[in-house]
Every structure is written in C-alpha cells, then in structure tokens.
Design a protein around this ligand. Structure first.
Ligand code: G6P
Length: 481
C-alpha cells in the first residue's frame, strides 16, 4: 500500500501504439516527477501515481499489463473520458478559470451539459476509488488540478483517515465568473475541493479568488468562519477555512524552476544544432521570443498585433529584429483551439507580407512540439514576450531568464501568476493593451546591455526560489504536519 499518492489527469508516462503493435513509452518531466523521485529515494515511504489512460496506446498498455513501477493508469471508457476531459474540464472549467467565454453566446448549461457533468463525476469517482483502494492507513494524497476537483470530497467520504491536498495549476475564476455555473454544480465543485485538508494555488490572488467565491456562497452553506489576513500579493502564512465537513487550509506555493537541470538540458547537442540553424537565419538581428501551447489564454494574437504596431510606430526596428514564436499544438479536439491556431498562422503571414523583404522575415512561427528549438530560442532571446490574458503561473517567464545567454528583457502580463514574483524586474503590461505592449517591446529592445543583464540575474534568482522538488516536498510536509 502506498503512503504518498499523486493523482493527475496526465501522468508521468504515456505510450504510443505503433502500426506493428509495439508500445513506445514517452516520459515527461515537471514538478511532480522530481518531487515523487525524492519520495521514492526514502525507504520509509512508498509512492504511487494514479493517472488516466489518455489514448489508444495507454489503453493498450493497461490491457497488456505494461506499465512503470509506481504508476497506475486508469482505463476510463473513451466516451466518458472525452466528455469529462474535453466536454467539462477543458471547455467549461478551463474557460471559467481563465475568463475565456464570449458571454454574449456562452456558456450554455443545458441537458447536454448535464450529461457531460455526469461523465466528469464518473471520471472523478474512478480516481477516488482507485486512490481509496491503493492508499495505506493515514497516507498523504496530492490531487492535481481542475480535472479532479471532485476527488477530495469523494475520497474523504470513502477514506476519512487520509490526508488530502489539492493543487490548482490554473488561476481560480473570479466569483462573478464562477457564479455563471448552475448553483448545484458550483456547490458540488466547491464541496469537492473543500474535502481536502490543504488547498494549494500558485499565487495568493488565485487563493483569494477561491476563498472569495466560496464565501459568496456562504448563505448556501458552503463556507463559514473565513478570516483572510495579510497582503494578498505578498502572501499571508495561510488562510483557515471553516467548513461543514472539517477545516481546510488554503495556501500559495509558487512553483519555480530548477536552474541546474534546465541549463544542462539547454546545452545538449541537439539544442546546439537548433541554435546554430536559428543564428544562421536571424543573423545579427535582435530576437523577441515567445513559447506557448497553442492556447487561447496565451494571447498570441494580441502579441502579434503588438509586434506589428512596434514595426509601424518604430520603423527603426525594421530589418533589425525577428520575432520567434514557438507554439506547441494543444487540445486540437476543440474547434476553438483549431481556429485559434489557424488565426495565429494567418496573422503571422500577414505581418510577413506587410513588412518582410527579400532577406528579412519579421516573424518565424513554429507550430510543433519541438522542445530543443524552444531551448535554443531561450538561449538566443534578447526579449521574452509573455502576455497571457490570465495564467496560473507561466513557467516560460521563469525559464527564459535562467537560460538566456546575453540577458533578456522580460515583457510580462500583469495577469500571469509569475507577475507576483517577477514584477519588479519585468516590463509589465496590461495584456489587452496592444499599444502598451508595443511600447514595452520597444523599451525592452532599447534597454542597455548592463541593465538587461542586472535585471535578468534578479529575475533568475526569483524564478528559482521554489524549485519543483522543494515545491512538492513543501506541500507534502504541510500535509503530513
Ligand atoms: C495546464 C494544466 C495542466 C495540463 C497542461 C497541458 O498547464 O494546468 O494540468 O496538463 O495545461 O494541457 P493538456 O490538456 O495537454 O494536459
């Protein structure tokens, strides 16, 4: 039986099914992987990661009994999974937490929504039951993200002895936004979360949004006895939250990056090759770098509009700068994501047609999963553009200053979680204000090398304050305390 368990939709490994029937594992990285590896090194603890089988390869692996030690994949019926992941998690909860709806048309909570919500509940129940079956007496369970918001409450009912934490990697939607959900669904969601002993968020503003929303529902019996104190930007030690089923502690754990690991990845031979190719293409021009998933909340379109405005209002930068935009294809099952990706390509082409010359292409967009190319772009960056409309943390804002070779100026949205820690040394912008962003790009490109280098050092120090392993262990200690 496991003493430390992690639950997340996407696990540390996934399998690709070849045409010849072979299964090839692909391993991921990140905070949970390095946190659990520290737990596995401790003989007194046994860890288990419970995740969903995401595609045909993973399902086949479950059927054949192929897997990694310490990982249990749940084979949820594909239609239930699709409704829970695409139909609720990514098109309702993600949209609410990132304020992405065009509210003149969406959301629509009808019978179809109710059917999907049933699937979301079934998918959460599958996790809760698996965790209840695998956990040792009094074990610590760390549940991740909006996909699994109901798990803490369900698990608390099944196994009152467990210590349960939930961490939200996204922002938390403002109370007015969350109030669009049907009342019973919103209550179920809040009660699900409040089944946890500990609720973690990347920053205090998201933690406070959760608390404010739950308090607005206090007349419906969700929350009582709330007493937030301290400065919401700089943080308070924690909030204690008095609720019917117990007491939940709400805290911020701002995830940072592991400088040593990142720098060693950034200096591997395949990255050196990509760097040489990019240098050959860009010459001695300046670079503005951005790296995102093809994600609505990342604000890639307004970023391109700002770049276009820069080239118009500051023509002195024409032919002296290249905008490198890398976008990893993401959630392409959703029509809105496919059309967003197409719109990014179209706008980049328009800018290239408008300003490009025989030997200067103003924007280089790469829509592919190419981490070595992104690392090469990080090394080359003179300016990093991170302008999401709303973002839980945004680790790119923390990675680029750590890896950039000459020091880079960071243009950063004030709506990114990373703003809380990086705002003193970044050029901060309102992500909706294209003109302000264009001016910030100009200021960033004009910054003296010494100022850039000083700021980058301080940004890198802030970015590495709570590296992944310590981020994970801090939550585990709080839970086991
Ligand atoms: C965000 C979420 C993660 C998610 C990731 C990639 O960072 O907080 O939980 O795994 O996006 O999205 P995907 O849908 O591909 O897992």
């Amino acid at each position: 039986m496991a003493t430390v368990l992690v639950a997340s939709n996407r696990g540390p490994v996934s399998y690709k099914l070849g045409e010849d029937g072979s299964l090839t594992p692909r391993r991921g990285g990140g905070g949970l992987v390095s946190g659990l590896s520290a737990v596995s090194a401790d003989d007194s603890q046994e860890s288990l990661w419970v995740c969903a089988a995401l595609g045909e390869g993973d399902r086949e692996a479950v059927r054949r009994g192929v897997g990694e030690p310490g990982v249990r994949m749940l084979d949820i019926p594909p239609e239930v999974y699709a409704d829970a992941y695409n139909g609720i998690a990514n098109s309702v909860l993600w949209f609410l937490h990132h304020h992405l709806y065009d509210i003149s048309r969406e959301p629509v909570f009808d019978a179809e929504f109710r059917r999907r919500w049933e699937s979301y509940r079934a998918y959460n129940r599958a996790f809760a039951e698996a965790l209840a079956a695998e956990a040792a007496d009094g074990a610590a369970v760390l549940v991740q993200d909006y996909h699994l918001a109901l798990v803490p409450g369900m698990l608390r009912d099944l196994r009152p002895d467990l210590r349960i934490a939930h961490f939200t990697h996204t922002p938390w939607g403002s109370p007015d936004y969350l109030r669009m959900l049907p009342d019973d669904v919103r209550e179920e969601l809040l009660w699900g979360m409040l089944g946890a002993d500990e609720l973690g968020f990347h920053t205090w503003p998201w933690a406070m949004a959760f608390v404010a929303g739950a308090s607005m529902d206090s007349e419906r019996g969700v929350a009582q006895g709330l007493s937030p104190t301290g400065d919401p930007w700089r943080g308070v030690e924690h909030l204690r939250y008095g609720v019917g089923k117990g007491r939940t502690r709400v805290r911020a754990y701002p995830l940072g990056v592991d400088a040593e690991e990142l720098r060693s990845l950034a200096h591997r031979p395949e990255v050196d090759e990509k760097l040489a190719a990019l240098r050959a293409e860009i010459g001695d021009r300046r670079t503005i770098v951005r790296v995102d998933r093809t994600e609505l909340s990342k604000n890639i379109l307004r970023g391109l509009l700002a770049y276009r405005e820069l080239l118009t209002t500051h023509p002195e930068w024409r032919d002296r700068v290249v905008h490198l935009a890398s976008a990893y294809p993401s959630r392409q099952d959703l029509e809105s994501y496919r059309s967003y990706t197409a719109a990014v390509r179209t706008l980049a082409e328009e800018i290239n047609t408008e300003f490009g010359t025989a030997d200067w292409q103003p924007v280089l967009v790469s829509v592919q999963d190419d981490f070595p190319r992104s690392l090469a772009a990080y090394r080359l960056a003179d300016v990093a553009l991170v302008n999401p409309v709303r973002d839980g943390m945004n680790l790119v804002a923390k990675e680029i200053p750590v890896v950039s070779e000459a020091g880079c100026a960071l243009v950063l949205s004030r709506e990114a979680g990373a703003y809380t820690e990086l705002r003193d040394d970044a050029l901060t912008v309102n992500p909706f204000d294209v003109s302000e962003t264009a001016e910030a790009l100009h200021t960033a490109l004009s910054m003296s090398p010494s100022e850039r280098s000083d700021r980058t050092k301080r940004l890198a120090a802030a970015a590495t304050a709570l590296p992944p392993q310590r981020w994970f262990l801090a939550q585990l200690e709080a839970l086991q305390d």
